[in-house]
Design a protein around this ligand. Structure first.
Ligand code: PLP
Length: 390
C-alpha cells in the first residue's frame, strides 16, 4: 500500500499534537482513576477534569458549569437539537425548528428524526456563495419556532456564517440558538458572549486533539432535556464515565490553538491562496466553490468540469496525496454532496468536486507538488473521458 505523504484533509481530522499527547499520557497509566471515585486516585482524576473544564471555559468566555463533555461533534449536535426539541415536547407548545440545507448530517438527520415526533423543520438555503443570510433565517421564523441551528463554518466549502447576526435576531425573539462550531474551533473566535449563542458544539479531533471527545456549551437557563441516562456524571446531564485523557487533551489542544492562532491562520491562509490561485490559473474549467474570502483560512473546494471527483481522489492517493470529495462521512456513497447541491451545483458538478483542507504542518513545497499532480491528473482524466465518449 502506498503511504500518504501530503495530508490535505484536515477538515476530516487532524493528527494529535505531540504536546497534546504528552498532556494526555499520564491519564492512561499512573493517573488512571475514575473521577467519580472518592479515594485519592479518583480525586486526582476529578481535579484534572475540573481543571480542563475551567481552562476551556476561559477560552469560551463562559462558566465552567455551562460545559458538558461529550463523545464528539455528532453527540453534541444530537444533544443540542433533540434536547431542546424534547424539552418543548414536554413543557412547551412550539414545534418548529429552523436549520440550513447544508448543515452536517448530525444536525440535519437529528432534525429529520424529530419530524416523527410532530416537529416541523425548515431548511433555509444558503446563497450561491455558501453564506446563510440573516434575512433568510428571519423570514423562516414563526411564532412557534423553538430552535435555530446554523453552523459557524461549513465543513465542505469552509464558508463562515454570520452567527452573531443570526443569534441576535433569535435571542430578541426568545428563540434558542445553536451553532455547530466543529470546523470553526481552533480557527475562529469562540467567545460565546460575543457570538450570542445558547448552544455550541465542538470536537477535539478537528484541532489537533484526540478523536471521540467534544463538548456542548449550554448557556445557563437554556431549555434542554438531557438525553443520556445512567450515572450522575456531568452534573446529571450526560451519564457515563468521563473520557479523562481525552478531555485533558482537548483542553490542551484548544489552548494551543488559540495561543498559536494568528501564526497558524496566517500560515494556512497563504498556502490556501497559493493553492486556489494555482488551480484557477493552471487548470482550465476549474471553479472555486464557496465565497472567495468569507471562508476558513484552510479550505479549498473546487469543481473540475468533466472529471469524476472520486477518480481524481484515487489518483491523488496513488501520488500520496490525501484529499476528500466532501465530508468523510459520505465518502463511498454515490450521492452528490448535499452542501454543493444546496449552493446551486448540479449533481454532475457536485460529483466533479474535491475538498483540500490544509493544516499547520503543510509546507509550500507540498502545495507546489499538489498543483503539479492536480494539473497533470485532471488533464489526463479529461483526455480519457473524451476518448471514451468518442
Ligand atoms: N459537525 C461538523 C461541521 C463536522 O465537520 C463534523 C465532523 O466532520 C461533525 C459535526 C461531527 O463531529 P465528530 O466527528 O466529532 O462526531
Amino acid at each position: 500500500m502506498n503511504r500518504t505523504e501530503i495530508y490535505l484533509d484536515h477538515a476530516a481530522t487532524t493528527p494529535v499534537d505531540p504536546r497534546v499527547l504528552e498532556a494526555m499520557l499520564p491519564f492512561f497509566t499512573e493517573r488512571f482513576g475514575n473521577p467519580s471515585s472518592i479515594y485519592a486516585a479518583g480525586r486526582e482524576a476529578r481535579a484534572a477534569l475540573d481543571q480542563a473544564r475551567a481552562r476551556i471555559a476561559r477560552l469560551l468566555n463562559c462558566q465552567a458549569r455551562e460545559i458538558v463533555f461529550t463523545s464528539g461533534g455528532t453527540e453534541s449536535d444530537n444533544l443540542a437539537v433533540k434536547g431542546v426539541a424534547f424539552w418543548h415536547l414536554v413543557n412547551g407548545r412550539g414545534r418548529h425548528i429552523v436549520t440550513t440545507a447544508f448543515e452536517h448530517h448530525a444536525v440535519l438527520h437529528s432534525a429529520e428524526y424529530l419530524e416523527r415526533f410532530g416537529f416541523h423543520v425548515t431548511d433555509v438555503a444558503p446563497d450561491a456563495d455558501g453564506i446563510v443570510q440573516p434575512e433568510a433565517i428571519e423570514a423562516a421564523l414563526r411564532p412557534d419556532t423553538i430552535l435555530v441551528s446554523v453552523m459557524y463554518a461549513n465543513n465542505e466549502i469552509g464558508t463562515i456564517q454570520p452567527i452573531r447576526e443570526i443569534a441576535h435576531l433569535c435571542r430578541e425573539r426568545g428563540i434558542t440558538v445553536h451553532t455547530d462550531a466543529v470546523q470553526a474551533a481552533g480557527t475562529l473566535p469562540l467567545d460565546v458572549e460575543e457570538l450570542g449563542v445558547d448552544l455550541l458544539s465542538i470536537s477535539a479531533h478537528k484541532f489537533y486533539g484526540p478523536k471521540g471527545v467534544g463538548l456542548l456549551y449550554v448557556r445557563s437557563g437554556t431549555p434542554i432535556l438531557w438525553q443520556q441516562h445512567g450515572g450522575a456524571q456531568e452534573s446529571n446531564r450526560r451519564a457515563g464515565t468521563e473520557n479523562v485523557p481525552g478531555i485533558v487533551g482537548m483542553a490542551r489542544a484548544l489552548e494551543l490553538a488559540y495561543e498559536e492562532l494568528d501564526e497558524r491562520n496566517a500560515h494556512v491562509q497563504a498556502l490556501r491562496d497559493r493553492l486556489i490561485d494555482g488551480i484557477l490559473q493552471r487548470i482550465p474549467d476549474s471553479r472555486l466553490n464557496g465565497h472567495r474570502h468569507q471562508r476558513l483560512p484552510n479550505n479549498v473546494n473546487v469543481t473540475f468540469a468533466g472529471v469524476d471527483g472520486e477518480t481524481l481522489l484515487l489518483n491523488l492517493d496513488l501520488h500520496g496525496i490525501a484529499a476528500s470529495s466532501g465530508s468523510a462521512c459520505t465518502t463511498g456513497s454515490t450521492e452528490p454532496s448535499h452542501v454543493l447541491l444546496a449552493i446551486g451545483a448540479t449533481p454532475e458538478q457536485a460529483r466533479s468536486s474535491v475538498r483540500l483542507t490544509l493544516g499547520k504542518d503543510n509546507t509550500a513545497r507540498e502545495i507546489e507538488r499538489t498543483l503539479d499532480v492536480l494539473e497533470e491528473t485532471v488533464a489526463r482524466l479529461r483526455k480519457l473521458a473524451g476518448a471514451r465518449s468518442r
